[in-house]
Design a protein around this ligand. Structure first.
Ligand SMILES: [Zn+2]
Length: 239
């Protein structure tokens, strides 16, 4: 049914379209992934100003017509994340976070956990760019996003046979840690990397554990391979 509705949303990507328009990919609180066109938004005096850019959290009024794209008819800023925008590492981390949401969450169903996680991470990047753009928090975001999307790796016991001891490897195909007898298709996972992933999932994002490069690389590979095998998406390296 054609009509207008309001929702809060984060701009994931913004693409120039035609003479003066813009197509925005949004992650919304109430409708999940949304694509919308903002007509005339690239004109100097557009009422949308510069707010239809990545990482803006907005209150939107959208018109749902018969086409695939909604039309933006109103937009006000909830948070523009200005500090994040002026910090290179934070900008990179925010870009990778939005890219991961784009690839992993393509449904029009609302996912409040994923939406709140994205808003929380962008807020943290804005408040404390140095800490939160570090691999510890970036990977914790990715693990929590995988969990919110329903693809969290199995970390408590062997993903192949259920064994609780000697978990020294990780298998993306099995979807989690694997024991010594099942490690065939996996790669070695250090105790630190295993503990980091468990801690990162258990703690709030603002208290994500810090990680060194070796642990970060293993944890990143574990999440990336799990998502490749089970969600069929390939993400850019997290950090
Ligand atoms: Zn096993």
């Amino acid at each position: 049914m054609p009509g207008s509705f309001k929702t809060e949303a984060v701009v994931l990507r913004s693409i120039r379209y035609g003479e003066a328009d813009r197509v925005v990919h949004l992650y919304s609180a109430t409708r999940g992934r949304i694509g919308a066109i903002a007509k005339g938004s690239r004109r100097p005096k557009s009422r949308f100003g510069g707010r239809l850019e990545p990482f803006f959290r907005l209150n939107l009024v959208l018109y749902e017509g018969r086409g695939e794209l909604f039309t933006v008819t109103g937009a006000s800023t909830l948070d523009g994340h200005a500090r994040l925008r002026s910090n290179g590492p934070a900008l990179g981390a925010a870009g990778r976070a939005c890219d991961a949401v784009l690839r992993l969450l393509d449904s029009g169903e609302p996912n409040p956990a994923a939406y709140n996680l994205l808003c929380n991470y962008l807020g943290l990047l804005d408040a404390d760019p140095a800490v939160t753009s570090a691999p510890g928090a970036a990977l914790a975001f990715r693990l929590k996003l995988a969990l919110a999307a329903g693809f969290s790796p199995e970390l408590a016991s062997c993903a192949s046979c259920g064994e609780g001891e000697h978990l020294a490897a990780f298998s993306g195909a099995a979807g989690g840690v694997v024991c010594a007898s099942c490690e065939g298709g996996g790669f070695p996972l250090s105790e630190e990397a295993h503990r980091y992933m468990v801690d990162a999932l258990a703690r709030p994002l603002s208290e994500a554990p810090a990680v060194g490069q070796r642990v970060a690389a293993q944890a990143d590979r574990a999440v990336t391979e799990t998502l490749e095998h089970h969600a069929h998406v390939r993400l850019r390296a997290a950090a």
